[in-house]
Design a protein around this ligand. Structure first.
Ligand SMILES: NC(=O)c1ccc[n+]([C@@H]2O[C@H](COP(=O)([O-])OP(=O)(O)OC[C@H]3O[C@@H](n4cnc5c(N)ncnc54)[C@H](O)[C@@H]3O)[C@@H](O)[C@H]2O)c1
Ligand SMILES: CC(C)[C@H](C(=O)O)[C@@H](O)C(=O)O
Ligand SMILES: [Mg+2]
Length: 351
């Protein structure tokens, strides 16, 4: 009998979600035996198909079951046949909010041999962690619409930032920065315009910084940050930022580190009061769904983050090394299908 069992909830979701999740699970199954790990897997049918069939997005009973799991692996949600926001807000964001995923952890890392659009950039130049706030900011849904459909319509969407929420994500970012060789933390915001929220982030950063004297603190407006991602990515080590800015800069991060098919993430509840959820940064990619073209690497790297989160650092390293070795051989090689990439990485994990 395995010495460790993890209860894993799988929400494959829409579009390429099921395709990439299948490969993530393939690699997880491959790595488990060597680490004496058993996976108790529960699959949850959530997403566009269920919504069409039943009108349900995330029933409370399913949410309650998910709370009882150790960890969640999610593919992607969203479908062109479902009104925009129904699944994104009702399923994905509801999970992040209800399970208190206040850290959205998004590494931006160029692996050796991967082609980047940044001329001359090396893996040393692109190696950062974005700590994106996950439960506040403009994502809370506060706001509304007046006189809808008239020429006098007014739509508001407020950014909600609490002292409690800002401090806990900043503390987490300091811990990340302190554990890395460069020990540098950059706040990315827009405090010259968003003066209330930006000021709360700035004051909190400076107060918490006193407890981390060995971490260098820096600030960058988000518009400038998008530019520096492209022309000076080595400026960044750990970034802490609000929910929306973090969403945007991590797509840029994915692009500079070899593409959205490689970008992994974790929706982390650091206090472990509910299961954390790991998922690729990308969406359901309806333009390539069902064609075996999706790159499952982001999901497989998210599985590595998942393993690390549940305390299996050695297994996580093994998966990351297998991915890195696979990536190193891709340049110039013929394109492979989703399953072929998953097979190759699973084989390396075992071998
Ligand atoms: N976390 C999530 O579940 C999540 C994230 C982003 C978008 N979405 C949703 O996904 C749907 C599509 O959104 P979008 O088109 O803006 O973003 P997207 O990330 O799905 O796709 C953007 C582009 O990247 C490509 N791409 C994405 N993942 C890829 C992969 N693994 N391999 C190769 N190419 C890949 C797509 O083909 C597309 O051209 C929308 O409904 C959106 O709301 C969900
Ligand atoms: C689909 C959407 C709600 C989501 C976000 O904005 O967080 C996505 O873009 C992401 O990056 O995970
Ligand atoms: Mg996004």
């Amino acid at each position: 009998m395995a010495s460790r069992t993890i209860r894993l909830a799988v929400v494959a979701g829409d579009g390429i979600g099921p395709e990439v999740v299948a490969e993530g699970l393939k690699v997880l199954d491959a790595v488990a035996p060597a680490h004496d790990l058993a996976i108790e897997q529960a699959t949850y049918d959530l997403g566009a198909a269920r919504w069409h069939r039943t009108g349900e997005v995330l029933p409370d009973s399913v949410l309650a079951e998910l709370r009882g799991q150790d960890v969640i692996l999610l593919g992607a949600v969203g479908d062109p046949t479902v009104p925009s926001g129904v699944l994104e807000r009702g399923l994905l964001l509801r999970l992040r909010f209800e399970l208190d995923h206040y850290v959205n952890l998004r590494p931006v890392k160029l692996y050796p041999g991967v082609t980047t659009p940044l001329a001359g950039a090396t893996p040393d130049d692109i190696d950062m962690i974005v700590v994106r706030e996950g439960t506040e900011g403009p994502y809370t849904g506060v706001g509304g619409v007046l006189r809808k459909g008239t020429p006098h319509e007014v739509a508001t969407q407020e950014s909600v930032n609490t002292a409690f929420g800002v401090e806990r994500v900043i503390r987490y970012a300091f811990e990340q920065a302190q554990a890395r060789p460069r020990r540098k933390l950059t706040l990315v915001h827009k405090d010259n315009v968003l003066t209330f929220a930006g000021d709360l982030y700035q004051r909190t950063l400076r107060r918490v910084a006193e407890e981390y004297p060995d971490v260098t603190v820096d600030y960058c407006h988000v518009d400038a940050a998008t530019m520096f991602f492209v022309n000076q990515p080595q400026r960044f080590d750990v970034i802490v930022t609000d929910n929306l800015f973090g969403d945007i800069i991590t797509d840029i991060g994915a692009a500079i580190a070899g593409g959205i098919g490689l970008a992994a993430s974790g929706n982390v509840n650091p206090d472990r009061t509910a299961p954390s959820m790991f998922e690729p940064v990308h969406g359901s990619a309806p333009d390539i769904a069902g064609q075996g073209k999706a790159d499952p690497t982001a999901t497989i790297l998210s599985v590595a983050m998942l393993l690390d989160h549940v305390g299996l650092a050695e297994a996580a390293r093994r998966v990351e090394q297998a991915v890195s070795a696979d990536l190193a051989e891709r340049a110039g090689a013929p394109a492979r299908s989703t399953a072929e990439i998953g097979d190759a990485i699973a084989k390396r994990v075992v071998g």
